[in-house]
Design a protein around this ligand. Structure first.
Ligand SMILES: Cc1cc2nc3c(=O)[nH]c(=O)nc-3n(C[C@H](O)[C@H](O)[C@H](O)COP(=O)(O)OP(=O)(O)OC[C@H]3O[C@@H](n4cnc5c(N)ncnc54)[C@H](O)[C@@H]3O)c2cc1C
Length: 326
């Protein structure tokens, strides 16, 4: 098998590695300091906007989007090694390149299924990195890994001009970020329909719509993930939006969710490999720099074996991830 990256990927890799060295890693400490001084932990540190401007100037922008009209037009196989590099600085690099979840999946939905009007109103500012977004599917009351269980109701108003949405969602990433202006909400337009995969639809709900309440930040493994806009509980209480806010067709929500979540999940895997690589680097540096009982840790007991095991595991996972989109 040929594992070499093609010329375009190599060119972008070289550019991105330089961008990481020159701009992203030096900004990590700056971002931490700025974040500590912010009025709210959910705000974005100013250095992130500087990184975004520089990344865009260098053409390192919207690399995730296979759609060549709106994004870089890379395949997932070309994007994988680039996303891996951004995973080395997960709090800054994905956002700097406008390649952060959950916006990436939401932009893909709008690019693929949005009307011209929806693209103009929401996709364009998202592609420009001017606003953020959230995707609201998971519900506390039902096992949401099986999206046929979703209970949120999306009902047509009597005159047909609006949708009325009622339901409760949780773990809605990005919703705590004050820049999050738009929610893609999944619910049921036809809860009694014969085909359980045609009962769901997706609608666009602007954050400032009456009846939408971002109720609280939730924790994952004890962290609130401020840099990521958190993961929120969100309540929709008789929220009304124009019928034109439907994405795709009524009953098409389940299929859109499949299209959206596939790339989103593998993007996380790509970035995690970069995170693991950086952790191995830190581990190796520590192992040679730290001395205990007369010799460096690297020469003690099983430390080299642990490092070798970690290296093998990461190599295996990278091949698996490359094989998935490839
Ligand atoms: C950090 C984080 C961010 C998230 N962001 C969002 C977001 O932005 N928007 C959103 O809508 N949701 C989000 N979620 C929610 C996430 O999508 C759901 O947690 C996930 O779909 C599982 O649903 P559930 O929690 O209801 O678990 P359940 O469906 O109740 O699953 C319970 C258990 O069953 C297991 N299980 C499920 N299906 C299978 C299967 N086929 N085979 C074997 N075991 C199975 C699971 O592993 C799990 O242990 C986020 C979650 C986390 C942790």
């Amino acid at each position: 098998m040929d594992f070499a990256y093609d010329a375009r990927t190599e060119e972008l890799r070289a550019k991105l590695l330089a961008f990481m060295d020159e701009h992203v890693y030096p900004a990590e400490a700056v971002a931490d300091e700025q974040r500590a001084a912010l009025a709210s932990p959910w705000e974005t540190p100013p250095v992130v906007e500087e990184l975004k401007a520089e990344a865009r100037r260098q053409g390192l922008w919207n690399l995730f989007l296979p759609d060549a009209e709106h994004g870089a037009g890379l395949t997932n196989l070309q994007y994988a090694p680039l996303a891996e590099i951004t995973g080395r600085s997960p709090q800054l690099a994905p956002t700097a390149l406008n390649c952060a979840a959950p916006d990436t999946g939401n932009m893909e939905v709008l690019a693929q299924f949005g009307t011209a009007e929806q693209k103009k109103r929401w996709l364009e500012p998202l592609l420009a990195g001017e606003i953020r977004s959230a995707f609201a599917m998971t519900e506390p009351e039902v096992a949401s890994s099986d999206a046929t269980n979703i209970t949120t109701r999306i009902e047509r108003s009597a005159d047909g001009s609006e949708y009325v949405i009622s339901g409760r969602k949780w773990y809605i990433s990005g919703a705590m970020n004050p820049d999050c202006e738009i929610f893609i909400v999944m619910g049921k337009t036809d809860p009694d329909g014969a085909d359980p995969r045609r009962q769901q639809s997706m609608v666009l709900v602007p954050r400032d719509t009456a009846g939408l309440e971002v109720r609280r930040a939730m924790r994952v493994y004890g962290y609130e993930d401020h840099y990521h806009g958190g993961h929120a509980e969100v309540v929709f209480d008789g929220v009304r939006v124009p019928a034109a806010n439907l994405i795709g067709e009524e009953g098409g929500g389940f299929a859109i969710a499949q299209a959206r979540l596939g790339p989103g999940r593998i993007h996380h895997c790509m970035r995690l490999i970069g995170m693991a690589e950086r952790a191995i680097e830190l581990m190796c540096r520590r192992a040679v720099a730290r001395t205990a009982f007369g010799k460096p840790l690297a020469q003690q007991g099983v430390v080299q074996e642990w490092i070798a095991d970690a290296r093998v595991a990461v190599e295996q996972v990278r091949l698996l991830v490359l094989k998935t989109p490839g």
